[in-house]
Design a protein around this ligand. Sequence first.
Ligand SMILES: NC(=O)c1ccc[n+]([C@@H]2O[C@H](COP(=O)([O-])OP(=O)(O)OC[C@H]3O[C@@H](n4cnc5c(N)ncnc54)[C@H](OP(=O)(O)O)[C@@H]3O)[C@@H](O)[C@H]2O)c1
Length: 247
Amino acid sequence: MSETTPLIAHDGPIRWGIVGTGNIAKIFARDMPLAANAELLAVGSRSQEKADAFGDMFNVPRRYDSYEGIANDPDIDVVYVATPHPMHHDITIQLLNAGKNVLCEKPLAMNVAETREMIEAARTNNRFFMEAIWTRFRPAMVKVREFLADGSVGDVQYMTTTMGWNNPFDADFRLFNKALGGSALLDAGIYAVQMVQMVLGKPVEMVSVATLGETGVDENCMITTRHEGGAVATPVSLCVRAVAICA
Ligand SMILES: NC(=O)c1ccc[n+]([C@@H]2O[C@H](COP(=O)([O-])OP(=O)(O)OC[C@H]3O[C@@H](n4cnc5c(N)ncnc54)[C@H](OP(=O)(O)O)[C@@H]3O)[C@@H](O)[C@H]2O)c1
């Protein structure tokens, strides 16, 4: 893509493709009709059967039995990547190199090195690329940013943010399965971390503790951060096997 190639090169609704047919892909497809100027054109799955079932469920006209099918479809403008986290990196880079814009599920990748490569691919191809941190768009968060910008909350000195789920243990379930990116921090904690970053920016110092469960996955994790100017935050305390207690 050259620097002048427009992100969307046609009039009419933005044409979406989805990669993966799991839980969040279904919610995304269900809600697509609520978005103005958008059309769900295609779905890609590792199996034709699943692509067809998804297509029937959400009225998606093009169904591919591979993710490459989405990358190679010239009519798709932007792709929503909804696979487990360890699979985000490769497919996202493939899509960006094929000229697609990409909205990738959180967390973008498994580590910083993968994330940098994805960002580099977006820059090289001059494509839109975003992590699907939907909480940033909630009206309450928009209001928080307004309050921060107009100074009405003053100079923030301390923040605590908590995100957690109460899932029964299942070694095969994505949250507890290392091969599928299992991790309380990677699945839930990133919401708390990003909120601290939204308010206080990047930390200058950080320490953390976590409990590793029987599959070697962090089932909770608490981070303490210090920020320029002296503010501190505890941008997590999250869990996948317990109910959070706030005091
Ligand atoms: N924004 C949110 O609120 C939110 C909520 C939940 C999850 N998420 C994120 O969305 C992503 C997917 O989560 P999910 O709960 O939808 O997961 P899921 O139900 O397990 O679905 C993941 C899909 O990815 C595809 N896939 C590709 N390689 C796979 C593999 N090796 N094992 C299993 N599935 C594989 C499968 O689709 P095919 O078989 O059709 O290829 C599968 O249906 C994760 O990164 C998660 O963090 C975001």
